[in-house]
Design a protein around this ligand. Structure first.
Ligand code: R5P
Length: 303
């Protein structure tokens, strides 16, 4: 049983989670020093002794600073434990560094494993995240952690949002921008009763990061296309997939993804390439229309 939800001052996500869990919210005041060092100050920490606390922060789209974001958890969890908190459950809606889950090139770090060790060293007792980049792979998130690590499926709230729009998708094709994401496209297709799901083949150059697409010659004339992915970072993957769909005759294109990292000009590019851009609120953004808070709250109620 959780006693408090602790998050950054007046973040809507924390407020919603607190309401859905029926648990009081407490606040952390985040101060940034001129050199960008972060100082999260727990408000009234005395009352937290012996408590079980959910700690939740959100990164901001376009200005995401993954290392600083992780330091927020590290510094606050450490501090909570020093103030006598008995249990810290870290809800990390977007877990950074997951894409570097192995050494792709000799000498590279296995960043995800090191990040897991960092979080554990801060005293975190359990991790709850949403669609980490290793979800559905041979090495699930739990394999990187010794404490419980719960990886929730963010495509469910995304599909729920699509359904809530009251449109019929019986003529729609759900497209995954790579083979790995086909299972998520299939999941969304089933949830929204779309006609079919397919993937396009994407190859990323390990050194330059350049993406090339080898697309099948599908005829998408007059069809609605929903392209789904876990992350939009530079937006390159989704823009290429959208331009493929457009070239095959798609009449309407929706870009749906879980984590709106959206660096630089990514969002205007996605908007220009499609008819609609929909993300979840794992990261705060202007396209965060679907919420993962209900999913997180129902998970917390079972811990
Ligand atoms: C890759 O494996 C991921 O699923 C995303 O497709 C990728 O991270 C998106 O990155 P970007 O928006 O920079 O193309």
């Amino acid at each position: 049983m959780v006693d408090y939800i602790l998050g950054a001052e007046s973040d809507q996500f924390t407020e919603n989670l607190s309401r859905l869990c029926g648990v009081e919210a407490k606040w952390v005041k985040i101060r940034l020093f001129p050199d960008s060092e972060v100082c999260p100050r727990i408000q009234n920490p005395e009352g937290l002794k012996g408590a079980s606390v959910v700690l939740v922060f959100r990164a901001e789209s376009g200005r995401i600073a993954p290392s600083r974001y992780l330091m927020l958890y590290y510094l606050t969890a450490m501090n909570l434990k020093e103030h006598g908190v008995s249990e810290v459950i870290a809800v990390i809606p977007y877990l950074p560094y997951c894409r570097q889950d192995k050494r792709f090139l000799p000498g590279e770090p296995v960043s995800l494993r090191y990040v897991a060790q960092l979080l554990e060293a801060s005293g975190v007792d359990c991790i709850v995240t949403v669609s980490s980049h290793v979800m559905g792979t041979e090495t699930p998130l739990q394999d990187y952690f010794s404490v419980p690590a719960i990886d929730l499926d963010g495509f469910k709230p995304l599909a729920e949002y699509l359904k809530s729009m009251g449109r019929s998708y019986s003529n729609a094709v759900v497209i995954a921008p790579d083979e790995k994401s086909l299972r998520w496209a299939e999941e969304v297709r089933m949830e929204i009763n779309a006609a079919r799901a397919m993937y396009i083949k994407k190859t990323r150059d390990l050194v330059t990061g350049e993406i090339s697409i080898t697309a099948p010659g599908e005829d998408l004339s007059g069809l609605e296309v929903i392209i789904v992915d876990d992350i939009a970072s530079t937006g390159g993957t989704l823009v290429r997939a959208a331009s493929y769909a457009r070239s095959r005759g798609a009449s309407r294109i929706s870009l749906c993804f879980i984590h709106p990292v959206l660096i630089g000009e990514a969002l205007p590019k996605l908007v220009a390439a499609s008819d609609e851009v929909i993300a979840t609120d794992t990261i705060r953004s202007e396209v965060s229309r679907a919420t993962v808070t209900k999913l997180v709250a129902s998970t917390l109620s079972r811990i």
